[in-house]
Design a protein around this ligand. Structure first.
Ligand SMILES: [Zn+2]
Length: 350
């Protein structure tokens, strides 16, 4: 079989690797129908995060179950499944608290070996071995129409993450919302906010194509200015008050400062951008404004069932974030497109 390996900065290759196999009775092997490149894959790709040895990469997939281990009960061969970017047993105290990303038996796909030492596959591949299959995989009753595949794939990560930002920022019916970041997660955050009933949604974006998609997803306004000036513009737009809820979907110090400055007194920032920079939060300013911050890595597994219902009945179409599609053999081009920002998000088909 073939899988994608990252060798070093901007050196990504599809290579022949040993066939996927069941390593534990709780594993399943999934034949990938679609995978994709994530904004977070670009950190190791660009060498910001160092790669010391060739590493399997990719953490989003939908596919068909090929084979299951003897202990697997929840999915069966032939079934269409969605895998969140973190595998989890579904049964430990953290999973029961719906924070599957902290599962005591969990881990991330495409991030090297598990804590237990077992190898874990990356999802940009023809086949992937799924640990903790019963807890991890969400199986569909029927194989969906192919046109739904991109939207189903977003439930692996970006749509679930955008939803987590909105939930963490306490978006409710009637909220005013601002979204910092116009990547696939930020755009998904716009869609998630609209789905939760937000009345006014302001997207920060300087790119015409992303602005257009943000508006289709439910943004009522767009602010092109970045940073504190952008936040100031937003506050003016919202009658000098600021937004009830701000979704921070980038992860830099600047984007967090912008998010905090855009939040009204008593409002909430939901952050899902992987933090880069460790200078901490401006607690004094937050104290003065009673602004709260919540969020973190999205427990996608907890959200998939409710979001899946809306994808299957056509209420939401988050798959629109995929504006380029590549054969798995052209995975290097899929990365280049993301790296050079000629794609919002690249979909891969084995
Ligand atoms: Zn668990």
């Amino acid at each position: 079989m073939h899988a994608t390996l990252l060798h070093g900065p901007r050196d990504i290759r599809l290579e022949q690797v040993p066939d996927a196999e069941l390593l534990e009775p709780t594993d399943a092997i999934v034949k990938v129908v679609a995978a994709c490149v994530c904004g977070s894959d670009l950190w190791p790709y660009r060498g910001v995060k160092e790669t010391t040895e060739p590493t399997r990469i990719g953490h989003e997939l939908v596919g068909i179950v090929e084979e299951v281990g003897s202990a697997v009960r929840g999915v069966r061969p032939g079934q269409f499944v969605i895998a969140p970017f973190v595998y989890s047993d579904g049964d430990c105290v953290h999973c029961r608290n719906k924070i599957h990303t902290s599962c005591v038996n969990g881990g991330v796909f495409g991030a090297g070996k598990a804590r237990s030492g077992r190898p874990v596959d990356g999802c940009q591949a023809e086949y992937v071995t799924i640990p903790q299959a019963d807890g991890t995989l969400v199986g569909l009753d029927e194989t969906p129409d192919d046109r739904l595949v991109p939207s189903l794939l977003t439930l692996s990560d970006v749509m679930a993450t955008g939803h987590h930002a909105a939930v963490s920022a306490r978006v409710v019916a009637g909220s005013t919302v601002a979204v910092v970041g116009d990547g696939a997660v930020g755009l998904s955050g716009v869609l998630a906010a609209r789905r939760l009933g937000a009345e006014r949604i302001v997207a920060f974006s300087r790119h015409a194509d992303r602005q257009a998609l943000a508006r289709e997803f439910g943004a009522t306004d767009v602010v092109e200015t970045r940073g504190r000036d952008g936040a100031k513009e937003l506050v003016e737009l919202l009658g000098g008050i600021g937004a009830d809820a701000v979704l921070e979907c980038v992860g830099t110090e600047e984007s967090m400062a912008q998010a905090l400055a855009a939040t009204r007194p008593g409002g909430m920032v939901g952050y899902v951008g992987v933090p880069h920079g460790e200078d901490g939060l401006p607690l004094q300013r937050m104290f003065g404004k009673n602004v709260g911050v919540a969020g973190g890595v999205a427990p996608a597994r907890a959200y998939i069932p409710e979001l899946l219902t809306d994808v299957l009945d056509g209420t939401i179409d988050p798959g629109r974030v995929f504006d380029r599609e590549f054969a798995l053999a052209d995975v290097a081009d899929a990365y280049t497109a993301m790296d050079e920002r000629t794609a919002i998000k690249s979909l891969l088909r084995p």
